[in-house]
Ligand binder design. Structure first.
Ligand code: ASP
Length: 329
């Protein structure tokens, strides 16, 4: 069976709903810009990143920490049923169950929290945050993550919406449906942030690939893969084929490259080129990355045109128009 292509998926099932969330104008392939030397800078994946940035900035400017800002910004997308690849209303796994992954990392404390395969809790990024604040652990999975969330006061709820249930039922009813048993379907909200004083945070949240095999965990909740943040260098996040990117520890690779002097843009392009160099078929994969260094300079890149990243930048107290990343191939 063929792998499920994200673009096909978005077109065939969730496309209308997901694109409805694209409420900001798109500019044509701008170059990544340098930030002003101070103040909050946010770089967030996909067209709905602007809404997440607005909320994050509001939280930060009302006295919240940078971690609070990233968490609460990502919550906006997790709560939005129109975004069918994150949180409430996310497209379920092959058994029709919504399984959520998320991670958040504080670059000052060098401390991350994450949850994988979390059921019935719509804000996995907030549960991941509580893993940081309330435990000595880093990652909680499945039933344990769910019970922890209950203990932290999160309310369980059905995460399937009529729309996401319909998507799953159509898939299930198709005798020629594509599955992941032979090879490898998905969008993640990834956010990198600085307070303008060198403090870095990265966070991401996803329902993962649509119709994934139950229990599948990929980059988004794995520290160093879906997110990484270190005040000494910067922060990074990834979206796309997380099964593939996990094998390249994408986010820490980018942050390491920045710590060796690469610009965020160079670091993003370097990891994607490296992936294609080690296995030429990776140049056709759907992978995109974002990065920010501790001076608030930005980078982003998509492997190719099949999944070209759109991203939202908050800088100088406002959202810039949604932009498209350059492609490496
Ligand atoms: N990376 C996510 C995953 O593989 C999906 C995505 O970002 O599109 O679960």
């Amino acid at each position: 069976m063929e792998p499920i292509d994200r673009r096909d998926f978005m077109r065939s099932v969730a496309g209308t709903a997901a694109l409805a969330a694209a409420d900001l104008p798109v500019t044509a392939t701008p170059q990544p810009a340098l930030s002003s030397s101070s103040g909050l800078v946010l770089l967030t994946t996909w067209q709905w990143g602007g809404k997440a940035n607005e909320r994050a900035a509001e939280v930060f400017h009302s006295g919240g920490t940078l971690l609070d800002a990233v968490e609460r910004g990502i919550n906006v997308i997790e709560d939005d049923p129109k975004v069918m690849t994150v949180g409430y209303g996310g497209v379920p796994n092959a058994d029709g169950v919504v399984e959520l992954d998320a991670a958040i990392m504080d670059g000052t404390r060098h401390r991350a929290g994450s949850v994988c395969s979390l059921h019935m809790i719509k804000n996995p990024i907030s549960v991941a945050r509580q893993v940081i604040e309330q435990t000595s652990h880093t990652t909680l999975a499945g039933e344990g993550a769910f019970l922890f969330a209950l203990k932290m006061g999160f309310q369980p709820q059905q995460l399937l919406t009529p729309e996401s249930l319909e998507v799953w039922m159509k898939w299930k009813a198709n005798p020629n449906r594509k599955t992941f048993w032979l090879k490898e379907n998905h969008d993640t909200i990834g956010m990198t942030a600085t307070d303008g004083k060198g403090h870095m945070v990265a966070g991401c949240s996803t329902s993962g690939l649509a119709f994934k095999i139950p229990g599948r965990v990929a980059d988004s909740s794995l520290v160093g893969c879906g997110v990484y943040a270190d005040d000494n260098a910067g922060a990074a996040s990834a979206t796309g084929n997380g099964d593939l990117m996990t094998n390249y520890c994408t986010s820490i690779s980018i942050v390491s490259a920045m710590s060796r002097g690469a610009s965020p843009q160079e670091a993003c392009e370097e990891i994607l080129r490296h992936m294609a160099k080690t296995d030429p078929k990776n140049r056709y994969a759907q992978c995109a990355v974002i990065a920010m260094n501790n001076r608030g300079e930005l980078g982003n890149a998509s492997m190719n045109d099949t999944m070209r990243l759109r991203y939202a930048v908050w800088r100088n107290g406002r959202n810039e128009p949604i932009a498209e990343s350059p492609t490496v191939y």
